[in-house]
Ligand binder design. Sequence first.
Ligand SMILES: CC(C)(COP(=O)(O)OP(=O)(O)OC[C@H]1O[C@@H](n2cnc3c(N)ncnc32)[C@H](O)[C@@H]1OP(=O)(O)O)[C@@H](O)C(=O)NCCC(=O)NCCS
Length: 415
Amino acid sequence: MIEDLGDDLILRTGTKSDVKAIKEHVQAVHGKEGVPMINRLFNLHPNFPPSDNFLVEDIKTGKIVAYFNLMLNTGVMNGHRFPVGGMEIVGTLEEYRNRGLIRKLNEAFERRVEEYNLPMIMIAGIPYYYRKLGYEYAVQMGGSLTFPLELIPPQKKGEKEPIAIEEVTQATFPAYLKAREQLNAYLDFYRHLSKEDFLYLSTGRFGNDSVYKFHLIKANQKVVGIFLLNIGWGALEVNELWVENLNHLLSILRFLKKIAKRRQLPLRIYYPARPAIFQALESFSRSKFGRPYAWYVKIPSIKRFLEAITPVIEQRLAKSEFKGLTESIRFSWYQEGIELVFKKGNLEAIKEIPRNEVKDMNVAVPFPVIYQLLLGYRSIDELHQIFPDAGGSPTKSPIVRVIFPKIRAYWTPEF
Ligand SMILES: CC(C)(COP(=O)(O)OP(=O)(O)OC[C@H]1O[C@@H](n2cnc3c(N)ncnc32)[C@H](O)[C@@H]1OP(=O)(O)O)[C@@H](O)C(=O)NCCC(=O)NCCS
């Protein structure tokens, strides 16, 4: 695929021979930290065809002037998996900015998203910009606590730490994944990891902010916890912290303190999904987790997304007072709508409602804010509080609260 954009610029998808030029581009736009990630993507990612790179080349110089790629991941919502696309490493060389190059690349990207039938796309992006491409904030991101190192007490003289902490290898990664299930039990939506993801995520020198190091926490040879380390945003960052026994937290903090001190970095701990860990960390640190940012989301087809989460919707209904429901609900986002037809608790049909038939709707949420409802980022009642044009009818709103509740969502690792 090649598109002539004029002014010696062509838009095309990537090939293996573009790696060097992509690395030069990434270094020029994002700095040298981004470069190892390109190597890992092309060499170690389990599912990254070169044609999922989208670029604009200046044919006079052979330089890549604008670039991003599509990364394929898997999401899990209440036990059900579906593919999630990521738009990653977005950038344009300074002298080529504000000419619509990313907007143009996005058209090619969205065609690929359709070919892959992806139910949703996520971006960890700079504030506001991706709204211009139709995205809406709809999944929690970040929310961290910078732990004052001086509040982490040393181990008492003569006492031994009750746990051992070891870095995960390819051989022990399955044990990490097994323990990670206990962390994920606190979440309704999270990123699925499989053993094929290990090399891509973790190959490289620690200290480079685009590599992750997985850790196992063991007591008496048994895995009792996990965490994920990386260096980013000028800090030692801890993600996916889960531990069975809260009494082990101080030992873990002492381990992290040592690394943070050695590297002269602040220690930043990201949202631990388990509420008890969250609370204990706030008490130990005498501080609070900060206000989270959020992932940008695009749902290219609401019907396709609802088909992907149909088992989730049916499960929510089955666990509620509306078990066995036979009823239809008409949703609108004003331009268009969708009718969910339930029969005996099964979602029998998801019917698209074209613009000229958008009337007698039971629920309305403006577009693309409706993504927040579909992803459980905000409830219908919260949306009603914020947006005068969002809300539901008195009789259907109770059902909407059940099928689209506010959920606990967190997505790591980020890339
Ligand atoms: C952000 C960035 C990728 C935009 O690239 P670009 O090629 O200039 O983008 P486009 O020209 O296609 O912009 C599309 C639209 O967004 C607007 N826009 C461009 N940069 C913007 C910004 N930083 N904030 C808000 N809007 C912006 C453009 O004016 C254009 O609007 P319009 O179509 O209504 O006229 C580029 O500035 C960049 O590489 N920045 C440094 C790296 C970075 O921050 N990357 C994003 C990481 S998440």
